[in-house]
Ligand binder design. Structure first.
Ligand SMILES: Nc1nc2c(c(=O)[nH]1)N[C@H]1C(S)=C(S)[C@@H](COP(=O)(O)O)O[C@H]1N2
Ligand SMILES: [Mo]
Length: 526
């Protein structure tokens, strides 16, 4: 049982009643706004009563007050306005809540008034229409419902006129019960509001992506040659479609960055800091290249590797303009959500096609793959090169800073290890005897693939046929025409890179600098 406050404790009771009533008003308003934010994610960011009333307030503010606000609060002026609105609203609903002991219908009246203000602001904002009233109306309804439930939990009579006419004494105030209900309401308000903000920022980023320009490259790299794709069913296509491209990142929610407000800062050990916006980046000469990227966490035979055609600005040129100090051995990149990657400067400057990419396979970068701008450095694992949602580049030394995964024990420098994968037949496949196409992909970015061999059981390594080479920065398909004989068989593959190094058969796990070992599968032929 919770703490019971008897009807007799008159003095303190009236104070508690007012406090409880005020809390109910604030909580109900919180749930109302949270609900409205969540629903505004469906109707568009402009339908949020907070955004609409805020916008209307800005428009209604006389010029002298606006310039006073900008003078006084600078770039925080909008935040000050929102805080002001929140305080006014909070005081109003607290007063209404405190009065609702005597006049329980007041909560409904207040909800109607506030909902109407929100709906009126939303529907009259430029570019809005009738549908934009829905979040405010739904929010008001949620506010009424919440205040009713909390009043019931607090023991406030919410019944008809007979009830209100009688003494509004606190029949039995169960403090624990009310606290539970209050915490639940606060939780709902926070989760709904947070989710609503999240969804609408995602909608803003998606809208930005939908209108983002794809620059015309000044330098178009080789197109995948005919024969890069061997056309064997079941093998990863030579260019990986965006929809099936692997995704690896620490982001719980895909960061929502819009191109219009995107900015990149290049700073640290440079002669001149550089700040550039998305249009500035697009105005730079662009290159278009096929580049295969891979994740260090990929197990032998795993899926975390893909090949895309990317358009971007050469990173080395930008760094030369910034004037990188000779001892600045590390480029630390940061994303909008605070993730960090460290890349050796020497690798980026050695002539390879390191770029700030804006386009992936003919489209603006998908949100999941780093819209609007990501970094790519052919030949390095993603965690030391491929920063998505990039917003900051800082030149420093390798000793001075450990990025996110380095702090967690992964290797500081991580060139991609030569690997090969059997895509078909699948592991444990049941096959008919006769000709079988054993096929897959092999990669050793920035060294290229010169040879792929297949071994059946304890037999000799037999050469596979290779797809035509695109560049040394891309993977190659391979196929081995096998005449399958009845029985269970182990099939293994190995690749040799462009420098004549054959991948090692020694099996090591991905930690700390990439897995090695042969991809081997078992099949049954019968
Ligand atoms: N912002 C950010 N960028 C990131 C990561 C991340 O967690 N956050 N992960 C990196 C890792 S480990 C890899 S393998 C690649 C994967 O890129 P993809 O998801 O586009 O395939 O992104 C890299 N860039
Ligand atoms: Mo990765």
């Amino acid at each position: 049982m919770g703490t019971q406050v008897g009807v007799g404790a008159e003095r303190s009771t009236s104070e508690i009643r007012r406090g409880v009533g005020a809390a109910i008003g604030v909580l109900a308003a919180g749930v109302a706004l949270g609900t409205a934010e969540l629903i505004s994610a469906v109707f568009g960011p402009g339908s949020s009563p907070i955004v609409a009333v805020g916008g209307a307030a800005v428009d209604a503010t006389p010029e002298w007050l606006k310039s006073f606000a900008i003078r006084t609060f600078g770039e925080h002026d909008k935040r000050v306005l929102l805080i002001g609105i929140a305080i006014v609203l909070g005081v109003a609903v607290a007063i209404v809540g405190a009065a609702s002991w005597r006049r329980p219908r007041l909560a409904i009246g207040a909800s109607v008034v506030l909902g109407t203000i929100g709906a009126a602001a939303a529907v009259t904002r430029p570019a809005n229409d009738l549908g934009d009233m829905v979040p405010s109306i739904a929010g008001a309804a949620a506010g009424v419902l919440t205040s009713r439930l909390l009043m019931a939990a607090a023991g406030i009579p919410t019944g008809g006129p007979a009830d209100t006419a009688s003494s509004p004494a606190m029949r039995s105030f169960d403090r624990r019960r009310f606290l539970r209900a209050g915490v639940a309401a606060a939780g709902i308000a926070t989760v709904a509001g947070g989710l609503g903000r999240l969804l609408s920022s995602r909608a803003t980023a998606a809208a930005s992506r939908a209108t983002a320009l794809i620059p015309t490259p000044a330098d178009i790299g080789p197109l995948p040659p005919a024969g890069a794709d061997l056309g064997v069913p079941g093998v990863a296509p030579f260019l990986t479609p965006n929809a099936t491209f692997y995704r690896v990142d620490t982001a719980l929610f895909v960061p929502a960055v819009d191109a219009e407000s995107w900015a990149l800062r290049v700073h640290g050990m440079v002669d001149h800091e550089i700040a550039l916006g998305f249009d500035d980046l697009l105005a730079r000469p662009m290159i278009e290249r096929d580049i295969t990227i891979a994740c260090v966490s990929n197990e032998v035979g795993g899926p975390y590797v893909g090949n895309g055609r990317w358009i971007g600005a050469p990173l080395a040129d930008l760094l030369r303009e910034a004037g990188v100090h000779p001892d600045a051995s590390q480029i630390v990149s940061r994303s909008s959500d605070g993730f960090t990657i460290g890349t050796p400067t020497a690798v980026v400057m050695d002539g390879r096609d390191a770029m700030l990419a804006v386009s992936m396979n003919g489209e603006p970068l998908p949100l999941e793959h780093g819209f609007p701008v990501r970094m790519l450095v052919p030949g390095l694992y993603g965690y030391v090169s491929a920063m998505k949602w990039l917003v900051d580049l800082e030149l420093t030394t390798l000793d001075a800073y450990d990025a996110y995964w380095i702090e967690r024990g992964w290797a500081k420098e991580a060139p991609v290890k030569t690997q090969s994968r059997i895509d078909t037949p699948g592991s444990r496949a049941q096959l008919a005897p006769g000709p079988i196409a054993v096929a897959g992909v092999a990669w050793a970015q920035h060294r290229g693939i010169d040879r792929v061999e297949v071994r059946i059981d304890d037999g000799a390594w037999e050469p596979a046929e290779l797809g035509a080479e695109d560049t040394i920065d891309t993977w190659r398909q391979w196929v081995y025409r096998w005449d399958a004989t009845p029985g269970s068989h182990a099939l293994a593959v190995r690749a040799t890179d462009g420098q004549g190094e054959t991948q090692t058969g020694e099996t090591v796990p991905p930690f700390p600098d990439g897995a090695t070992g042969y991809h081997e599968i078992l099949v049954d032929v019968m």
